[in-house]
Design a protein around this ligand. Structure first.
Ligand code: PXP
Length: 253
């Protein structure tokens, strides 16, 4: 039987809105609690070097919630120190550049092996489940396995951009890359997550891939919550993912 897809909610952009006015509202921790009540399985937050959205106090408060925290971070000594002190359920290592608007592209696991190895080891020693945010690419998956990462999160941004641009051929090619990478990852013993740029429709489509066990979604949900509320948004997302999963189970039966 295909297991239910887990939904992680990224609350970074609740903090972006809060920080626009410098006060406390809207509080990403309140959003996280509402998301969990509405059916989210875990909370994701990215503490960036420049603290442009999530701040240290947010991470501490999110860690205190009775739900898994997926702490997104660059593999820097500062972030490793915070993670090994707080011991979140999971850490997702991402590339980070100051000038980018959001995480652009996956980690260069092949090129950065030497730098990533001690970071992964330190997090694993602290009992944290390590995930690497990567492009859906065979060499990168193999490098993730060689480094002992138990989980990878496949970057879905290029696929979602192609869908948004109405470029059906590129979208189909990108989806095929994701499908193949998910299958290869499972055969290599990895747990496969996915995220970036997903909306109701793309989340439904990707939920049909049984190898993928978790989606992490932020920007679309926070934006959509303006129109229908966070609880409704998450309920609709959950329903879309369940429909996608059910379609794949039906196809396999
Ligand atoms: N996963 C990772 C590793 C990310 O960096 C992000 C963006 O912060 C997401 C998922 C969520 O992407 P989006 O906000 O586009 O849904």
């Amino acid at each position: 039987m295909t297991s239910r897809m887990r939904l992680g909610i990224n609350v970074d952009h609740v903090a972006t809105v809060r920080n626009a006015r410098g006060g406390r509202h809207p509080d990403p921790v309140r959003a996280a609690k509402a998301a969990l009540e509405a059916g989210a399985d875990s909370i994701t937050a990215h503490l960036r070097e420049d603290r442009r959205h999530i701040r240290d106090a947010d991470i501490e408060a999110l860690r205190a919630l009775p739900a898994p925290l997926n702490f997104e971070m660059a593999a820097t000594p500062e972030m490793i120190a915070i993670a090994t002190r707080l011991k979140p359920h999971a850490c997702c290592l991402v590339p980070e550049r100051r000038e980018e608007r959001t995480t652009e592209g996956g980690l260069d696991v092949v090129g950065q092996k030497a730098a990533l190895a001690p970071a992964i080891a330190a997090l694993k020693t602290a009992g944290i489940r390590v995930s690497l945010f990567i492009e859906p690419d065979a060499r990168t998956l193999e490098a993730a396995v060689a480094l002992g990462a138990p989980v990878v999160e496949l970057h879905t941004g290029t696929w979602c951009e192609a869908l948004a641009a109405g470029d059906a051929a590129r979208a189909a090619a990108e989806f095929e890359r994701i499908r193949k990478a998910a299958a290869l990852g499972v055969s290599l013993g990895l747990e496969i997550h996915a995220g970036h740029g997903l909306d109701y429709s793309s989340a439904e489509t990707i939920s049909a891939l049984p190898e993928i066990t978790e989606l992490n979604i932020g920007h679309f949900l926070v934006g959509e919550a303006i129109f229908v509320g966070l609880g409704n948004t998450i309920a609709r997302m959950r329903a879309a993912m369940d429909r996608g999963r059910a379609a794949s189970a039906g196809a396999a039966a």
